[in-house]
Write a protein of this length. Structure first.
Length: 206
């Protein structure tokens, strides 16, 4: 059996990753493909518990601890779910992966992209995405969409504008460094246009 494909979705909060992930799952399943949709941090019980921890606005989590918690959640997900699914030939749509830590903790928290990359390569046993869809939206645009949601802002969503500006810049640098893997999509478009662009960006993998 051929190995499956790992397609990751990245971008600032409010970029529309969840909407795109659901649309891709629907479209690919409609073609008769086996598709699994997972999110980070999460996807398995240990990782979901870590998700609750890192997002809790009542907790004061240091930058290094935050980076290590995300890496730990990722390690559990890779070993328990991702690797078995890929061995079984599934297409895995993953809402966030290593690039999120590079952008949010490496740049946003100023820990250093390469330092954060190192702990995540260890955590994932060097598992790489086959394709990454980066939904590009301005920090102000992401914030505006977040305000429209009917939920309380989590610990990271409460950060200052400068934090998200550093993240946006880091995502652009990552995309420039790996244009074959990372495909940038204009997230300000209507959702159906974003989905169309995403399908064209992964067509060669299917």
């Amino acid at each position: 059996m051929a190995r499956g494909k790992l397609i990751t979705l990245e971008g600032l909060d409010g970029a529309g990753k969840s909407t795109l992930a659901a649309g891709l799952q629907r479209e690919l399943a409609g073609r008769g493909l086996r598709v699994e949709l997972l999110r980070e941090p999460g996807g398995v019980e240990v990782s979901e518990r870590i998700r609750a921890l890192v997002k809790d606005p009542a907790l004061d989590v240091t930058a290094r601890a935050e980076a290590l918690l995300y890496a730990a959640a990722r390690a559990q997900l890779v070993e328990q779910r991702l690797q078995p699914l890929l061995r079984d030939g599934a297409i895995v749509l993953l809402d966030r992966f290593i690039d999120s830590s590079l952008a949010y903790q490496g740049a946003g928290r100023s820990l250093g992209v390469e330092q954060v990359r190192a702990i995540n390569l260890f955590a994932t046993d060097d598992l790489r995405a086959d394709r990454t869809l980066l939904l590009r939206i301005s920090p102000a645009g992401g914030r505006a969409r977040q305000r429209q949601r009917a939920h309380e802002a989590d610990r990271l969503e409460r950060e200052a504008d400068e934090f998200f500006a550093r993240i946006a810049a880091a995502y652009e640098q990552l995309a420039s460094a790996e244009p074959q893997r990372i495909r940038v999509i204009d997230a300000s478009q209507p959702p159906e246009h974003v989905l169309g662009d995403a399908l064209r960006a992964i067509e060669d993998l299917l």
